[in-house]
Design a protein around this ligand. Structure first.
Ligand code: SAM
Length: 396
């Protein structure tokens, strides 16, 4: 992933980021950090980039021309269009969700303001996103951009030595991280919680969840309320386990976000908004979801529907592109060699056993007309949904 930072103080950005984990990630080519000195693009012979604001008022303003020409040069270098993020106290407040969304991009361009800000006209021309790092005012956007780059980089595969550590920490779900301890076992008379020394991984996981819940409820009741709501949604979806395992797993592993939950319908979406997973108890639920989707710019996103028939979506400009059964391997224990009778079962066995090692529930969607494939899964004791899942794509 490549970060491009337009700034009047490139050294500040480079020096601030080129150490420790992020510095190593650059050296190992997992990410690149490219700075562009906006001053290099001014047409002013004295290299001036700021001027007084029209109408009076305190301070100076960065002028439109150097910023515009700098952005043009960055895009030419990248060779394709990319999101241009203006760091500003007026933007969306940065959080882990936004970091996850940005981590899906190949190139990101940051624009750092200084002085009293930047001429509005160039912002209108080039900016696609505005991000704030909180409700306070800094002297410049450099530190703000560095914070965003740091948080996004940690989500790029390979940047953290143990990829898991990016998944299970504070904010990745709605729980804060549990307390952690390292050597020595006793420090200043304080011991490490007994369970962590037990070697019993089940008990350790249980303790970690409980302490994470306790501290989230105490420190961040707002987040805890979201966590509790998510638990209720999982319980609700589990009433039709056979068709909803993909949804509950996606919530559990923090892969998809609940964006809608009303009138017997639950919808999840990925950060790049490429697909919606929708459970609706009845057709009325779909209709109401569709109104929500229109209001939130999701009405052109493909929907994987389950729970009821897709009629209302087909009336709203979607076409049915596929009908599937959900197959899930729920036995937990690895599939043995005895069950392998040919290449097909052998491949499934390897794939499933690999997934079990990562702690994921192996789930697949198989087209209803592939009876032979379905019978292989049946022989391997997969749970096969009686009801279908419908993949509906927008017509245009
Ligand atoms: N006059 C501007 C306003 O009220 O919106 C603030 C200008 S500030 C002094 C200078 C620059 O610092 C801004 O253009 C922006 O790039 C950056 N900045 C300041 N506070 C920020 C924040 N909370 N988040 C992100 N960037 C910030």
């Amino acid at each position: 992933m490549n970060f491009h930072v337009m700034t009047l103080f490139p050294d500040m950005v480079k020096n601030g980021l080129m150490t420790s984990i992020i510095g190593r990630a650059v050296e190992n080519n997992y990410i690149s950090i490219n700075t562009y000195d906006i001053r290099d693009y001014t047409t002013d012979k004295h290299r001036k980039v700021d001027d007084y604001p029209y109408g009076g008022g305190a301070g100076m303003l960065m002028q439109a021309q150097p910023v515009f020409d700098c952005a043009k040069a960055v895009k030419e270098r990248i060779g394709h269009d990319a999101r241009v993020i203006f760091m500003t106290p007026q933007g969306r407040t940065f959080n882990q969700r936004i970091a996850e969304e940005l981590a899906g991009e190949e190139d990101l361009i940051f624009l750092c303001g200084h002085y009293e800000g930047i001429d509005e006209r160039v912002l209108e021309e080039i900016v696609t996103d505005e991000i704030s790092i909180g409700d306070y005012v800094l002297t410049g956007g450099e530190m703000a951009a560095m914070i965003v780059i740091d948080a996004v980089s940690r989500l790029v595969p390979g940047v953290l030595s143990n990829e898991d550590s990016g998944v299970i920490e504070s904010f990745s779900g709605n729980l804060l991280e549990y307390p952690q301890y390292s050597r020595p076992e006793v420090w200043m008379g304080k011991g490490v919680p007994e369970v962590l020394l037990s070697g019993n991984h089940k008990e350790i996981e249980k303790w970690r969840l409980e302490t994470a819940k306790e501290r989230t409820a105490r420190k961040r009741p707002d987040l805890y309320a979201k966590y509790e709501r998510e638990c209720e949604i999982i319980k609700y979806l589990n009433a039709e386990k056979a068709i909803n395992s993909d949804m509950t797993e996606a919530i559990r592993l923090n892969r998809l976000r609940v964006i809608y939950d009303s009138n017997g319908a639950v919808a999840l979406v990925d950060t790049a908004k490429t697909k919606v997973l929708l459970y609706a108890k009845d057709v009325a639920g779909i209709g109401e979801f569709y109104d929500f989707a229109k209001e939130n710019g999701l009405d052109k996103v493909p929907v994987l529907l389950r729970g009821t028939n897709p009629g209302p979506l087909l009336e709203q400009g979607f076409k049915l592109s596929g009908e599937y059964k959900e197959v899930a391997y729920t036995r937990g224990v690895p599939i043995g060699t005895k069950e392998v009778v040919d290449d097909v079962t052998g491949n499934i066995r390897n794939e499933i056993n690999d997934l079990l090692l990562t702690g994921e529930l192996p789930i697949k969607l198989v087209p209803v007309n592939e009876a032979e494939t379905l019978s292989v899964y049946e022989k391997l004791q997969f749970r096969i949904s009686k009801k279908s899942l419908y993949f509906c794509e927008p017509l245009c």
